[in-house]
Design a protein around this ligand. Structure first.
Ligand code: 2NL
Length: 340
């Protein structure tokens, strides 16, 4: 008898609607409220035969939950109906425009560099920012006592000296060499970490883009051609490049890469410190030890590699004089850059 009654109440709850606040309140008081039907059913517990009390309790409890869900649903529907109530809005008013975001200058420049290298056959590769010693140092021909492996220069994970935040994106290229057969033409842009004191010219977090080209008969001339093509595409058609002999553990021979000053076109200004040239990165022919470490035969293949600083190039291109602007999230700075 009782269960039949509960069934009826259940059906009524299911069918309930509330088109106004008053109707919603009526449902609350009459059904889920302290003196509502559900409370009334619970108070009937003592009239139930002891062996049926358990089933009865469970049934009423389920009903109580269903009623509460229904109440929430009716409330949500009513609120959204009221929110879209056209009676209160003036349809002739102009739309409230969506606020357009902008692309961070580092992202913008990273994308631009990627597109330029993609046009000459490079693909884009990415890898982990938390690296092991092998991919960040050993496979790149860093000797065990190299200063870059010191705590002052590299962020190590305290409990495991084998793990560090990558100090360059060369680690990504090691992973590509380990996993792909030449010919390889890959570009690895990404975030890197070094233990530096933050200033207008240095930061402990910055961005690099590295390129790697490995095939039969890749020469130093190919390297120069590729970098010259890039410099003209990125900085403008009159840009010149200059390579100065240098040293890196992973390339031999190695060189620093300068471009003619984009601000004074090489005449001399305070950006290029009156030299006419600005350094944007380094490059060289991949050391045979590096090829060997990743399973590539240096007798069969040669390759070139280069690395450039994205912040540096962005500062040159957009005449930004303080590196800290990139990470301060000041909208007055960020809004000056449009979408891609
Ligand atoms: C710089 C200099 C450089 C490389 C990066 C590289 C990567 C592999 C093998 C050999 Cl897997 N070399 N990368 C080579 C020369 C210079 O970066 O000033 N970067 C901002």
């Amino acid at each position: 008898m009782m269960l039949e009654q509960i069934k009826k109440i259940e059906e009524q709850i299911e069918k309930a609607t509330a088109a106004t606040k008053e109707e919603l309140e009526e449902f609350r008081v009459g059904v889920v409220g302290r003196k509502g039907i559900i409370a009334d059913l619970f108070s009937k517990m003592k009239e139930i035969a002891p062996e049926e009390r358990k089933t009865f309790g469970q049934t009423v409890n389920a009903l109580k939950n269903a009623a509460q869900d229904k109440f929430n649903e009716l409330q949500d529907t009513l609120e959204s109906l009221q929110a879209s109530d056209i009676e209160h809005s003036d349809l002739t008013l102009p739309n409230i425009p969506n606020e357009m975001g902008s692309v961070h200058p580092i992202t913008k420049v990273r994308e631009e560099i990627s597109r330029i290298f993609e046009r000459v056959g490079f693909n884009i590769s990415e890898g982990p920012e938390i690296e092991d010693d092998w991919h960040n140092f050993s496979a790149l021909n860093f000797p065990p006592n190299h200063p870059a492996r010191e705590m002052q220069d590299t962020f190590f994970i305290e409990k495991d000296p084998d793990i560090a935040l990558r100090t360059h994106t060369s680690s990504v290229q090691v992973r590509v060499m380990e996993n792909q057969k030449p010919p390889i033409r890959t570009l690895s842009p990404g975030r890197v970490y070094r233990n530096e004191t933050i200033s207008a010219r240095a930061h402990c977090i910055f961005h690099q883009v590295e390129g790697l080209y490995i095939d039969k008969n890749v020469s130093f001339k190919d390297l120069k051609d590729t970098l010259y093509y890039f410099a003209k595409e990125f900085f403008g058609p009159n840009t010149k490049i200059r390579l100065r002999p240098s040293y890196f553990p992973f390339t031999e021979p190695s060189a620093e890469l300068d471009v003619s000053c984009t601000v004074c076109s090489g005449k001399g200004c305070n950006i290029c410190k009156y030299t006419g040239w600005v350094e944007i990165g380094g490059c060289g022919m991949v050391d045979p030890n590096v090829l060997k470490a990743s399973g590539i035969d240096p007798e069969e293949y040669t390759g070139f590699a280069f690395g450039m600083g994205i912040e540096r190039m962005t500062m040159l291109k957009y005449r930004i004089n303080d590196l800290r602007l990139f990470t301060e999230n000041d909208l007055r700075f960020l809004r000056q850059f449009s979408a891609l």
